[in-house]
Design a protein around this ligand. Sequence first.
Ligand SMILES: Cc1ncc(COP(=O)(O)O)c(C=O)c1O
Length: 368
Amino acid sequence: MKTATAETLLLGPGPCNISESVREALSRPLLGHLDPGFLEIMESTKAQLRQVFKTENTVTFPISATGSAGMEFLLVNFLEAGDKIVVGVNGVFGGRVAALSEKLGAELIRVEQEWGRAVDTEAFCEVVKRESPKIAALVNGETSTGVCQPMEGVGDACREAGSLLFMDCVTSLAGMPVSVDDWGVDIAFSGTQKCIGVPPGLAPVTVSERALEVYRNRSRPTPSFYFDLDAILAYIDGEGGRSYHHTAPISMVFALDAGLKEILAEGLEARWARHARAADYLRSEMAAFGFSPVVPEGERLNPLTTLYLPEGFDEAAVRSALLRDHGIEVGAGLGPLAGKIWRIGLMAGNAREESVDRLVEALKRELS
Ligand SMILES: Cc1ncc(COP(=O)(O)O)c(C=O)c1O
């Protein structure tokens, strides 16, 4: 039986376990949010985020709230009531972009795909070229299904149509190839609790020059205090001094800085490859129990693997026994996949064979 102080091995859809250096950063003495020492760390975080997003965008920084706030920040600043948006919907998170766009009064055009498959980029690009929306949105790592959405070619279609390309890379960033500038992505957001290996609490975002031009041409001011881009830039950008907008979550920024340093020390390519090896190992080990992949090869998200359950498997009972008796968390299915699949995350430091071995050992004991 797991003790109250033992660390749970977090193999769900995020958060994942954090490293010693991130833990140390979280417990560092606080600085004020305008302290030059803190601002130096914020600047270092912004520079490292540019490397991880693979972008030259000056406007690249962490929003002070979880991943969903990244989505909301991008939509409230770049989409106005009456604007058109085309959204690829093949799971929960594309559905959320669509739902918020409608709440903001935009004209929504959905490009639907069955859950467990990537949106057909050719069909998506055709709709974008036909409709010339303000924004075309795709989820690069759909955590509800385990699909990795190909992005190649979509940026060109968006440029032809005069649209901004929006990308959710919450689950893919730092765990799979993500290349904002090469893909022609204009606005993107992520979260800290997945492959960045930091607790939930910040949403890294990046904004291209093209997107900034669209923002400057808004017909009305952004209808939000907390997410107003100009107001945030007055603090985060620092040009001509910094003015208070909100109190930055100091400890979380320390932690993000530490997490990013680890990522860059490992090297992005090496980190992507480690996530790929761990996911391959997981799929092959779980096959022995009768689990089978939901997503076809070539469309799989390495940081989050989705597997159909074996015949007659009592998923809820085994999942709670894993947590209660073995200190291992795995994720259940969502929406139409609830009760049919498991979602197993191998993210950041957890993307190793040792994590899989622990899970396999525990499963053997539970099933014997
Ligand atoms: C793909 C995707 N987008 C958005 C979010 C929302 O992030 P958060 O839960 O940190 O607000 C998540 C969270 O799991 C996600 O997986």
